[in-house]
Design a protein around this ligand. Structure first.
Ligand code: BGC
Length: 255
């Protein structure tokens, strides 16, 4: 067990990559707070995730783009488990729209969840870690699009590029507190965010043709890297992005 008795908050953990990270953390001995956006079926899904964790878990409802929700969530976790050792800023959304048609509302919603939400959660958690005397792990789930363009997803790419610089700055500012800060940049992973592509055989084949490894990734493959970055073995690892993308970022189409 690599995360024995640690306490972790995973945002957007009712499904997809966040869910997989929550499950794997618990399998490694960590207590996990499963965050979900209180909307639709999310609470039921989050409860189902928390109920089958191998350790005592909890659910924490809240919108990462609202400061009040984030502060409340952090204090709920600390009240239950006494501390916070790991935060995975995973909650994210994307909207596909040609740049010329994107509205202010769409731009703002993507930026406020993906970038402001990451800032807000990281800040509230880092303040808690400093209050505890320092030490801890912050992980952002960015994307291959923290670096490579994705036509039709300008707001998403801008938000993830922002997360890249957020992470690099925090790695420097929080190093004196011995808080490690890193990004995981997933490529095309088989999760609900990609359901439209996954359910369209032609679109799916097109996406796969751009992945050197020849298939979509699995959420567990992202979770495996999150475990390493959250473990004591990653003590000297900070300020880096870890790509989990089957080589997607190396793919250059010349013709
Ligand atoms: C996006 C997916 C996309 C993948 C690879 C991810 O960040 O959320 O929609 O398939 O990047 O392009």
């Amino acid at each position: 067990m690599r995360l024995m008795n640690k306490v972790a908050l995973v945002t957007g953990a009712s499904r997809g990559i966040g869910r997989s990270i929550a499950e794997r953390f618990a399998a490694e001995g960590s207590h996990v707070a499963v965050n979900y956006l209180p909307q639709g079926e999310n609470e039921i899904e989050a409860r189902a995730v928390a109920n089958q964790l191998k350790t005592a878990g909890m659910i924490v409802g809240g919108d990462v783009s609202l400061r009040g929700d984030v502060e409340r969530m952090v204090s709920e976790v600390v009240q239950k488990f006494g501390r916070l050792d790991i935060a995975v800023c995973n909650a994210g959304i994307e909207i596909k729209k040609p740049f010329l048609e994107v509205t202010d509302e769409e731009w703002n919603s993507v930026l406020s969840v993906n970038l402001y939400g990451s800032f807000c959660v990281a800040q509230a958690v880092a303040r808690q870690m400093v209050r505890q005397g320092g030490s801890g792990k912050l992980i952002f789930i960015s994307s291959v699009h923290e670096d490579i363009p994705f036509p039709g997803y300008t707001a998403y790419c801008a938000s993830k590029g922002g997360v890249r610089m957020l992470m690099r700055n925090l790695a420097m500012e929080l190093a004196p507190h011995k808080i490690n800060v890193n990004n995981i940049a997933p490529g095309a992973i088989a999760t609900p965010i990609n359901s439209a592509v996954l359910s369209d055989p032609e679109a799916k084949a097109g996406a796969i043709s751009e992945i050197p490894w020849g298939r979509f990734g699995r959420p567990e493959e992202v979770a495996a890297v999150a475990v390493f970055l959250s473990s004591d073995e990653a003590e000297y690892v900070t300020g880096s992005t870890y790509y989990v993308d089957g080589g997607l970022t190396q793919q250059v189409t010349l013709y």
